[in-house]
Design a protein around this ligand. Sequence first.
Ligand SMILES: Nc1ncnc2c1ncn2[C@@H]1O[C@H](COP(=O)(O)OP(=O)(O)OP(=O)(O)O)[C@@H](O)[C@H]1O
Ligand SMILES: [Mg+2]
Length: 282
Amino acid sequence: MLRVSNLSKSFDGGARRAVDDVSFEIRPKEIFGLLGPNGAGKSTTINVCVGLLDADGGSVEIDGGSPRDSAVRSRLGVAPQSLAIYEELTAEENVRFFGSLQGLKAGALKQRADWALQFVGLYDRRKDRASAYSGGMKRRLNLAVAVVHEPRMLLLDEPTVGVDPQSRNALFDNILALREKGLTVLYTTHYMEEAQKLCDRVAIMDMGRILALDTVDKLIDAHGGRSSVIVESNGVEQRIEADDPLAELIRLREAGPLRQFRVERPDLERVFLHLTGRHLRD
Ligand SMILES: Nc1ncnc2c1ncn2[C@@H]1O[C@H](COP(=O)(O)OP(=O)(O)OP(=O)(O)O)[C@@H](O)[C@H]1O
Ligand SMILES: [Mg+2]
């Protein structure tokens, strides 16, 4: 569905390499995550993929064509990191305006606009101006605008920043339901929990490069290190890394009574730490 080959993009006359020889493919119906910290190059990558920026080198093929091709672009839904909504319009007017730009008319436009507003949980507030929305609600409206024309592929740049957990979970459920109907998704985030929960495969990005790309489980197996066994007895907590956490737990139990215990599997945060020597979180 999307093939990015040897993509490079610099800013400031070549002084700053934002994207450095990046390649990946997204299969139809896949939810693909680009995970990385601030400045990793996620937005630059997505902006080249949707034709908002020109690459210095490499190529992008999307849905069988070029992102510059208007027929291809009409099948994409894009929610940019910098909000693309009109503050002075109501939510409903925003969604209808962008729907009409995509060729929707009359009954179909109304039906799709209502659906998109329900998709993001803003239907009850559809008559309010965007300027009166909270940050998280604006972010959700930005997403409603991206889905109104029933795109085949969604490219979402940090779509949940500032969105509360309940709305976020509802959005995830809705995205997963659309995938069942054939949607493909490129999703950027710096929240490893989101990548872990939503994405079929994740590319870990840092300083313009993809450091690793696989399913979450395989990334953790390859780069996550060992599990930790955490035990507490007499008010003292001990954390022990173990290849076989169950055997370690049994050994600790035999050594004395345990008040509490748990096993922690490594997560994508640990994968990032092992790959870069730095934490994903600030
Ligand atoms: N228009 C621009 N002009 C100059 N430098 C830019 C521009 N856009 C991005 N950059 C630089 O390119 C690098 C990658 O930025 P990018 O926005 O792609 O990162 P990101 O992974 O999306 O980060 P964030 O998580 O903060 O959104 C950064 O060093 C940034 O300063
Ligand atoms: Mg960004």
